[in-house]
Design a protein around this ligand. Structure first.
Ligand code: MHF
Ligand code: KIV
Ligand code: MG
Length: 274
């Protein structure tokens, strides 16, 4: 079916929400146009994650990522996609101060990138903000469990839900963001029984990263699953490819050819027209 605009429309946050209880949701991160083009046909959801600070910019955490960085990469991903629903992370400091601050910055992201919605980290503490945004036209993808933007108060990136106290908090967080109107929720770094229980109890889809196969969908950082990022490898990462050695080999061959005068060859060289 053609839409009113005469072109195939991309998946919406409403269609992602309706995948609860249907097929599993396929999600990956994307930060740039060329990679987004490669991922788009295969994914339901593409996330412009603030992990880009660590993956693309060499930061040690996501705390230094700015709204302007997220908007620039959101625009790049939108240019490379036509099928997947695209969500952009609100970075640290751009939404925690008040629901008004969250709304203002979420609207900047929607208006300046053309993406479908925003993601923000937080459970009970963010429920009011999520209700404020969703009731005013901003679709929200929530994120509970391991919340990387809390690294400085959490004391590192550690999986959660091992104690009954931790599990109870994550259970309350997931229920709160669903009640507040989130269209889906990321569960990160959480033990399987808890992820299974939350997935069964919520009316919205759960998208897991390090949260077991019990979730309604999965997300990974693309550079992790492609073997392009190796500063660390969490237990939940599966390398579906090992591209780093391919890049090294290609660059080594280029360097050898340049140093030996084998590149550029005649076929890469312009000659005056006769
Ligand atoms: N490239 C990349 N991949 C990610 O998954 C990711 C980012 N960057 N940046 C933002 C956050 C940070 N994340 C992280 C970072 C490190 C661990 C980690 O080292 N986990 C260890 C210890 C877990 C534990 O002991 O509880 C692991 O073995 O999984 C986990 C998630 C997930 N996100
Ligand atoms: C890993 C996902 C869930 C994320 O928040 C990110 O990439 O920033
Ligand atoms: Mg993130």
């Amino acid at each position: 079916m053609m839409s009113a605009q005469g072109k195939q429309k991309r998946l919406t946050t409403a269609s992602i929400r309706s995948m609860k209880g249907g097929g599993r949701i396929v999600c990956l991160t994307a930060y740039t146009t060329p990679i987004a083009r490669l991922l788009d046909p295969h994914c339901d959801l593409l996330l412009v994650g603030d992990s880009l600070g660590m993956v693309l910019y060499g930061m040690e955490t996501t705390v230094g990522v700015t709204l302007d960085m997220m908007i620039a990469h959101g625009r790049a991903v939108m240019r490379g996609t036509s099928h997947a629903c695209v969500i952009v992370d609100l970075p640290f400091g751009s939404y925690q101060e008040s629901k008004e601050q969250a709304y203002r910055n979420a609207v900047r992201i929607l208006q300046e990138t053309g993406c479908d919605g925003v993601k923000l980290e937080g459970g009970e503490e963010m429920a009011e903000t999520i209700a404020f945004l969703t009731s005013r036209g901003v679709p929200v993808f929530a994120h509970v469990g391991l919340m990387p933007q809390l690294v400085n108060t959490a004391g590192g990136f550690r999986s959660l839900g091992h104690s009954e106290q931790e599990a109870a908090k994550i259970r309350r967080d997931a229920a709160a963001v669903a009640d507040a109107g989130a269209f889906a929720v990321v569960i990160e770094g959480t033990v399987e029984p808890l992820a299974r229980e939350i997935t069964a109890s919520l009316a919205i889809p759960t998208v897991g990263i390090g949260a077991s196969v019990a979730c309604d969908g999965q997300v990974l950082v693309s550079d992790d699953m492609l073997g392009l990022f190796s500063d660390f490898k969490p237990r939940f990462v599966k390398r579906f490819a090992d591209l780093s050695p391919l890049v090294s080999q290609a660059v080594e061959a280029y360097a050898e050819d340049v140093r030996a005068g084998r590149f550029p060859g005649a076929e890469h060289t312009f000659q005056p027209r006769k």
